[in-house]
Design a protein around this ligand. Structure first.
Ligand SMILES: [Zn+2]
Length: 363
């Protein structure tokens, strides 16, 4: 058996009497006192309880002991003493580490939080949704259509044949030759829906969507803008007064209950007769102000009775069916309603501006 030297004492691993117990216990106690980190504690455990640890070697020495029972009992005393000191030290050091960690990660709950800016719905979307809700409550369906459109739907079926001067005012972007273009009006969707219904069913529809014109962008013009158009086709005797009533409801919804409306004669290729529709200025109640250029009226949309040619080309017999159509720009509506004086505001995605519209809505 290899002797083991601690200090000046020479121990044999097959002797475990009271003296050895005492000496080992004192030695262990002293060593624990010098431990101040979990790493050192682990090293100490290895030194005594590891594969080649002191207590482990004593354990192995039991086979050579004369009185195995006493040896075992005494060794247990040493091991228990070690375990007790080890557990106490472990708890002490863990508490210490935890406190240190808590101290370093301390959160000052009195500090102001990080403000996350709130988004707001796009103002155009809000106007569109408002109009959609209103018309759906009156039994209208909402339709969508392609933004890249055929010349046929965008112009020809709407009574604007090739070479017609009205095309100049709606010059758009052509994709392929003269046939594929970015739609200059959402009326193309109306033509599609009429053809879909094959001249047999009545139609109540609105079709909000993006449209394109070859306009130079400035405060009031944009090459891309949003139209909201509607169409009603019925067998009954639909007249301008039905259109007036419908427009009245729309105007009141958008600009308030006090709003009154008027029609002025106008000209469009796809309606006959055609009108321009005005609402009384909501800023001055019709008295005259800078918003309405002292006229007391704001022009909102164009409308009229669907032209017999359009009905016929889209499969409806004008002798049996009649209808009205209207259209207006969502941007113009939103600009008037929210006091916006530059159309580009809608497209620049500036959250500060979007947020300010949001607040206006709450007032
Ligand atoms: Zn006014």
């Amino acid at each position: 058996m290899r002797p083991y030297i601690i200090g000046i004492f020479l121990f044999r691993r097959d002797i475990m009497d009271e003296k050895v117990v005492l000496s080992l216990c004192e030695e262990i106690k002293a060593k624990f006192e010098g431990v101040d980190t979990l790493n050192k504690l682990n090293d100490l455990k290895q030194e005594y309880m590891g594969k080649k640890g002191i207590i482990t070697e004593y354990q192995n020495g039991i086979k050579d002991a004369e009185d195995k029972k006493t040896y075992g009992m005494n060794l247990n005393k040493v091991r228990n003493a070690f375990d007790e000191l080890y557990n106490a030290k472990l708890e002490e050091l863990e508490t210490l580490e935890l406190n240190k960690k808590l101290e370093s990660e301390k959160i000052d709950i009195t500090l102001p939080g990080t403000e996350i800016p709130m988004g707001a719905p796009n103002i155009l979307e809000r106007v569109i949704e408002e109009v959609e809700d209103l018309f759906m409550s009156m039994g209208y369906d909402v339709y969508d259509g392609p933004e890249v459109e055929d010349d046929k739907y965008n112009f020809e079926l709407l009574n604007i044949p090739k070479g017609h001067p009205a095309r100049d005012a709606q010059d758009t972007f052509y994709i392929e030759g003269n046939e594929k273009l970015l739609r200059s009006q959402t009326s193309a969707v109306q033509a599609r829906v009429m053809l879909e219904h094959k001249g047999e069913e009545p139609i109540r529809m609105i079709c909000p969507g993006r449209t394109y014109r070859r306009d130079e962008d400035d405060a009031t013009h944009s090459h891309n803008f949003t139209q909201i158009e509607g169409l009603l086709v019925e067998k009954k005797d639909i007249s301008l007064s039905d259109l007036k009533g419908t427009f009245d409801v729309l105007a009141k919804k958008l600009f308030g209950e006090n709003c009154v409306t008027r029609f002025r004669p106008s000209y469009y290729q796809f309606t006959e007769p055609s009108v321009e529709t005005d609402v009384s200025c909501f800023a001055c109640n019709g008295k005259g102000c800078s918003l309405c250029k002292n006229t007391g009226w704001l022009t909102i949309s164009g409308a009229g009775m669907v032209h017999p040619n359009v009905l016929r080309m889209c499969g409806y017999d004008p002798e049996v069916w009649r209808g009205f159509a209207f259209g207006f720009g969502a941007e113009r509506c939103a600009m008037l309603k929210y006091g916006i004086n530059d159309i580009r505001t809608f497209y620049n995605a500036d959250l500060r501006e979007v947020g300010s519209f949001d607040r206006k809505e709450d007032i």
